[in-house]
Design a protein around this ligand. Structure first.
Ligand code: ATP
Ligand code: MG
Length: 253
C-alpha cells in the first residue's frame, strides 16, 4: 500500500492528501500549545475528543445551513474534509470579555458585551497572529469586501448556533475562533467554515459555577484538560455518561 502524502503538520493537526482530489484527511494530535507555542504538552486523548467534537459541531452547522468543510469522520483521530484555500485570518467572535480582550481594553474577564464583537487576526505565527482591521484586510488583499460580508454573516451564524447548543447543556459560549476557506465551484467561489471547532478554539464556562471547560484549563493550569473536554462531550451526548478517570475516551457511533 502506498504511503499517503503529508501536506502539512501544524501544532494540533496533521493534514494528509485525501483519497479523492479536493479532499484532505485531518489527523487530530494530542499536542496542546498555548501562548504561540511557548507552552507545550501532550494531553492523552485530546485529539480523539476534538475530532469527535469538531465533527459534532460541523455536522450540526451543516444541518442548519451553514456550509463547512466536514465530509465524514474516518476513525478516532481522523476526518475527511474538503480541501480549501484558507483565508489567512482567524475570525474571533466574543460574547463575554476574556483572553486578549481583557488585557487590551482593561475589561474585566466575564463582562457580558453589549453585542457579539467580531475581531480578525492575521494568521502568522512569527508575528504572533496580530489583530488587524478590515482596512488591513482590504489593503493587503487578504479578502474582498464581499468576502468580509460573507465572513461576518458566517461567524455570527456559527455564534448563534454554538451559543444555543451550549446554553442547552448549561455552558456559556464566551468566545470562539474559526477559520474560513474558499472552495471553487465552476466559475464561482464559496466560503465555508474550515479547520476545527472544539474546546481548543472556544471558551466555554459552566453557567452555574463559572468553571472553565476549554483550553484555558491548560493555559492557566486549572486541572485536567481531558476531564474538561470529556465533560463538554458528555453533556452534549457525544460521549457516554459518567466517564471514569482511568478510561480512555470512548466513541459513540
Ligand atoms: N479544509 C482545509 N483545507 C486546507 N487547509 C485547512 C483546512 N482546514 C484547516 N486547514 C489548515 O490546516 C492546518 C491545521 O493544522 P493546525 O491547526 O495544527 O495548525 P496550526 O499549528 O494552528 O497552524 P496555523 O498557524 O497554520 O493555523 C491549519 O494551517 C489550517 O489553516
Ligand atoms: Mg490551528
Amino acid at each position: 500500500m502506498a504511503r499517503r502524502k503529508k501536506i502539512y503538520e501544524g501544532k494540533a493537526k496533521i493534514l494528509y492528501e485525501g483519497p479523492e482530489p479536493g479532499t484532505i484527511v485531518q489527523y487530530f494530535k494530542d499536542d496542546a500549545t498555548a501562548f504561540n507555542a511557548e507552552k507545550k504538552d501532550v494531553i492523552e486523548g485530546k485529539g480523539v475528543l476534538n475530532n469527535r467534537l469538531s465533527e459534532f459541531f460541523m455536522t450540526g452547522l451543516t444541518s442548519v445551513g451553514v456550509p463547512t468543510h466536514f465530509l465524514k469522520r474516518l476513525n478516532m483521530r481522523e476526518q475527511l474534509v474538503r480541501s480549501c484555500e484558507i483565508i489567512p485570518l482567524e475570525i474571533i467572535v466574543r460574547n463575554y470579555a476574556a483572553g486578549s480582550m481583557t488585557k487590551r481594553l482593561g475589561v474585566a474577564e466575564g463582562t457580558q458585551l453589549p453585542r457579539p464583537i467580531v475581531e480578525y487576526c492575521y494568521k502568522d505565527d512569527a508575528l504572533g497572529d496580530p489583530l488587524v482591521t478590515e482596512e488591513h484586510i482590504a489593503a493587503f488583499g487578504w479578502a474582498s469586501q464581499q468576502d468580509m460580508d460573507d465572513i461576518v454573516s458566517l461567524a455570527l451564524r456559527v455564534n448563534d448556533f454554538m451559543s444555543g447548543l451550549m446554553y442547552g447543556v448549561g455552558i456559556k459560549l464566551i468566545d470562539f475562533k474559526i477559520e474560513i476557506g474558499r472552495v471553487f465551484e465552476g466559475d464561482f467561489q464559496r466560503l465555508i467554515v474550515a479547520d476545527e471547532i472544539s474546546p481548543d478554539s472556544c471558551r466555554l464556562w459552566d453557567i452555574e459555577t463559572g468553571k472553565k471547560l476549554d483550553k484555558d484549563v491548560f493555559r492557566q493550569d486549572l486541572g485536567s484538560l481531558t476531564d474538561a473536554y470529556t465533560e463538554v462531550a458528555t453533556r452534549l451526548g457525544v460521549m457516554p455518561k459518567q466517564p471514569t478517570h482511568d478510561t480512555k475516551p470512548t466513541l459513540i457511533n
